[in-house]
Write a protein that binds this ligand. Sequence first.
Ligand code: NDP
Length: 373
Amino acid sequence: MNSRRDFLQKFTFSAVGLPFMTLAGSQTLSVFDFDKAPYQGPVLRVAIMGLGSYGTRVAEAMQASTKAKLVGVISGTPSKVKAWQAKYNIPAKNCYNYENFDRIRNNPDIDAVYVITPNALHHDQVIRVAKAGKHAICEKPMGVNAKEGQEMVDACKQANVKLLVGYRMHFEPKTLEIIRMRKEGELGKIMFFQGLTGFKIGDPSQWRLNKELAGGGSMMDIGIYAVNGARYMVGEEPVWVTAQETKTDPEKFKEGVDETIQFQFGFPSGAVASCLSTYNMNFLDRFFLDGQEGYAELQPATGYGPIQGRTNKGELTQPHKTHQTVQMDEMAAIILEGKQPVVPVDGAEGVKDLKIIDAIYRAVKTGEKVALK
Ligand code: NDP
């Protein structure tokens, strides 16, 4: 990139006034072709459902996306709709609420809906989006159990639309470098993964602490990163789960809302994982992957970045890019061009995590080792 710019600068000094140059070979280019040509491929036109804290972040990040464009909103709060219309130049005909958004079916200017509402609402909302004939991108967790997830996958399949889950880490460069090293054998046989994910949650009245809207507690919200990370770091699906819950504040973390869960996985190769999910400890965002010939470590591992990491070979230096910008470009390419990501982000991937979370909750309840098919 820099060398191209340097060359262009040098070239402009020596060739001012020359509109064309001939490169080695026979290609004739306008000098201006040395600057990146504006993107002219297909663009995914997206409506965001749920204009909350993460929806706002995605909307901001999408402004820098080449292949995805924010064109619509679905919200229960008219004042937010008004503000977003003004900020993002969204026409009134692309604005909906939770009662009338099925009408999006008749709107040819919207291709996909990105559902960014509380967890327990995703299932019904995604199915309605599918029935309206639009592609769905759904935030994690895609539903509150595997049954819901599978119903969402089935509905999207039946409607012939794509369903993707907002797994932004699947596009993160340092994460992908570790996956490459593991796949190419640079870490040797993988023996162990540790995933620590958590933060101390505030306001006890928020939906994240309401089982009806959250579907659970920290496991649904943040522990899912360790579940998902264990799978893409080790590169296998777990065959058994054990789990233990600790609750220090039953007033704040009511029945069905987990505060802290430690969980362990066994993989077919014999590798094991030991993870922790919590709403009651700060500074927990760390992945560690141990192989017989090397190790890789990320800390922070799943925050908005910059992600930092190292392996036995040294610091990871891949540059940071806003996760949600990269995610939206990549998801547009998946939906519009059939691009295959290194780590899947489709509905089936989301169901795999939910099956494991179901098993973790079962293991907590029974105290038993739960086998996974
Ligand atoms: P917020 O509470 O900030 O926003 C949720 C929005 O959903 C609300 O602002 C509201 O928007 C809408 N909504 C609809 N019905 C309800 C309801 N009954 N109660 C509350 N809100 C409702 O949550 P977040 O944005 O933090 O989280 C939303 C989703 O995004 C969750 O599934 C979460 O797990 C996921 N997430 C993912 C992250 C990631 O990094 N991938 C990071 C953070 C969250 P409106 O007023 O427009 O209707």
